[in-house]
Design a protein. Structure first.
Length: 141
């Protein structure tokens, strides 16, 4: 079946600020290639930095850690915690509150991010009421 579509290459460009507080290099999205159900980005997380608490209501997300160590808080009141390092994959179901932070105060963390929303950050719902939870700061870095 011929659809009139074609394969495309998206060249890496300078990262720009995203709604969650990190800089993301645009990759595959509706804006770059007309994707209908996929967004793929590269995130570089500065030492000690973290995202704002957020969720993606109707979209699955995933990350692949290239370098560094990501500490990932999630769930109700962000009470659950996992750590992912180089070579680890991370899955985030739709509607799960989460935030990630770089577990190092000296090295950046780099991860490839994918989501079933083709519109980069439009499906992101910020949860500012969760950003100041005290357990997120205790002994992290």
């Amino acid at each position: 079946m011929v659809t009139g579509r074609t394969c495309q290459v998206v060249r890496a460009q300078e990262a720009s600020a995203g709604i969650t507080g990190f800089n993301y290099a645009q990759g595959i999205s509706h804006a770059t290639v007309g994707a209908e159900a996929l967004c793929l980005q590269l995130a570089t997380i500065p030492p000690g930095a973290r995202t704002k608490a957020h969720l993606h209501k109707d979209h699955e997300s995933a990350a692949y850690v290239i370098s560094g160590r990501l500490i990932f808080w999630f769930g109700e009141e962000l009470r659950e915690k996992i750590t992912a390092g180089p070579g680890d994959f991370l899955y985030i179901p739709p509607g799960v509150p989460h935030l990630s932070l770089n577990g190092s105060n000296t090295e950046p963390a780099i991860a490839v991010l994918a989501r079933t929303d083709p519109n980069e950050h439009e499906s992101t719902t910020l949860l500012p009421q969760l950003d100041g939870l005290s357990h997120l700061f205790a002994g992290v870095v």
